[in-house]
Design a protein around this ligand. Structure first.
Ligand code: PMT
Length: 390
């Protein structure tokens, strides 16, 4: 069932590590290639020789082994189709949530742009600790199989026990069956708010954080697409090609360069409609006058231009930020811009839209059919948008 798939199992230091021996055997029986990476503490609970014998592969532990001119964490990440971290200790769980890369396992997760399943196991008080729960919320882009309740190895009862290994196995099979759906597709995504300089100190911009574009890029990459993220925000890493831009004109040039070969273009960026007509080379000085006028000129409409030059079969998705009459304005906008889909959101709400971790959107197609996606983390909204438009 898993023939041709490589599963990378990450094991951390916890008593449930012994159960992973059976999980490895289940994957092997289904013809998967299994690679194992351990934290040094994991080897206190299960031996390297056992894991090596069961998986049929060398077990990786050291961070700075170099394999065929590639650091170990990059070769492991490249080779695997999915990563399963079980048991995941409170320590590793928190490190992953905060992007720490202090050992081979955590470095691999940080560089991994394919699906990751995490099955935490720890003492119930640790699991209930607000810091661990906060980290749990931060890991929304990962498939977390929550610990189960019952008798724990430390002698107490509560939620903390590693979930059943059959559950980990089933989830792995399910994800692999659904993944790589976008293999062979090139998707260009714009993200963040453009920055239009007034002088070397001041600029015009907006509140876009780039979270939406990043979530779309990560999800598309996890499904096997070749992704180009054109953004004013930070690069998400994980092997996603990122082009950093600043102004609307920069963004337009980058989009034009990539769009010809794209199967799908998603314009989630908040692009300035106007820019200062002149950018002062020197810092503007305060004058006695109580007013200062900055003359603005119109920026090109990148989305509209793309739609005019759209090639056969290409899918173009715009976003629509409105503070009033959301649906009415979005319907007029999709007709004016000419895109295949428009994702409308209400940016007057503080709990969704600009900067927040969640959004609630309406997907409108060119025939003006509307589908509402209820409020959810942007990672979930991104997955649903890609599912709908592709
Ligand atoms: O980045 P986050 O903090 O996660 O916030 C996400 C978001 C609120 C920025 C996102 O959900 C969103 O609404 N993006 C679109 C913002 C916007 O510019 O909307 P608009 O209605 O003004 O523009 C409509 C479409 O035309 C957009 O796809 C925009 O990228 C595009 N456009 C706009 C102006 C312009 N000159 N060129 C364009 O291509």
């Amino acid at each position: 069932m898993l023939s041709g798939k490589t599963i990378l199992i990450g094991i951390t230091g916890g008593i449930a590590a012994y159960k992973i021996c059976d999980l490895i055997r289940m994957f092997k029986r289904s013809s998967a290639n299994v690679r194992v990476v351990c934290t040094p503490n994991a080897l206190n609970f299960v031996t390297r020789l056992t894991l090596q014998s069961l998986s049929g592969n060398e077990v990786a532990v050291e961070q700075f082994e170099v394999n065929e001119f590639k650091p170990e964490h990059i070769s492991c990440a490249d080779e695997a189709d999915i990563m399963v971290i079980a048991p995941c200790s409170a320590n590793t769980f928190s490190k992953i949530a905060n992007g720490c890369c202090d050992n081979l396992l955590t470095s691999i997760v940080c560089a991994f742009n394919k699906p990751v399943i995490i099955a935490p196991a720890m003492n119930c008080n640790m699991w209930e600790n607000p810091i661990i729960q906060e980290n749990f919320a931060r890991l929304s882009g990962f498939e977390i199989l929550e610990p189960e309740s019952g008798f724990l190895a430390c002698g107490t009862r509560g939620q903390g026990r590693l979930c059943k290994i059959e559950k980990i196995y089933d989830k792995t099979v399910e994800i692999l069956a659904n993944s790589r759906k976008l293999a062979g597709k090139k998707i260009v995504i714009t993200s963040g708010g453009t920055i239009e300089n007034i002088d070397p100190v001041r600029f015009l911009s907006n509140h876009s954080s780039g979270k939406t574009g990043t979530a779309l890029a990560q999800n598309a990459a996890a499904q096997g697409a070749e992704v180009v993220l054109i953004t004013t925000a930070d690069a998400p890493g994980g092997g996603i090609k990122t082009v950093k831009v600043q102004s609307a004109l920069d963004m337009q040039a980058a989009v034009e360069k990539e769009s010809g070969t794209a199967d799908c273009i998603i314009m989630s960026a908040a692009v300035a409609d106007y820019r200062p007509k002149e950018v002062s080379a020197q810092k503007l000085k305060k004058a006695d006058d109580n007013e200062l006028s900055v003359k603005l000129v119109k920026n090109p409409d990148i989305l509209q231009e793309l739609c005019k030059n759209k090639r056969e079969g290409q899918i173009i998705v715009g976003f629509c930020a409105e503070s009033e009459n959301l649906i009415e304005n979005a319907k007029a906008k999709i007709q004016h811009k000419g895109c295949d889909y428009l994702i409308a959101n209400d940016i007057s709400r503080s709990d969704i839209g600009f900067g927040s971790d969640e959004n609630e959107v309406y997907i409108i197609d060119k025939n003006l059919n509307i589908k509402k996606l209820d409020k959810a983390p942007k990672t979930v909204i991104a997955a649903k948008i890609l599912e709908e438009v592709l």
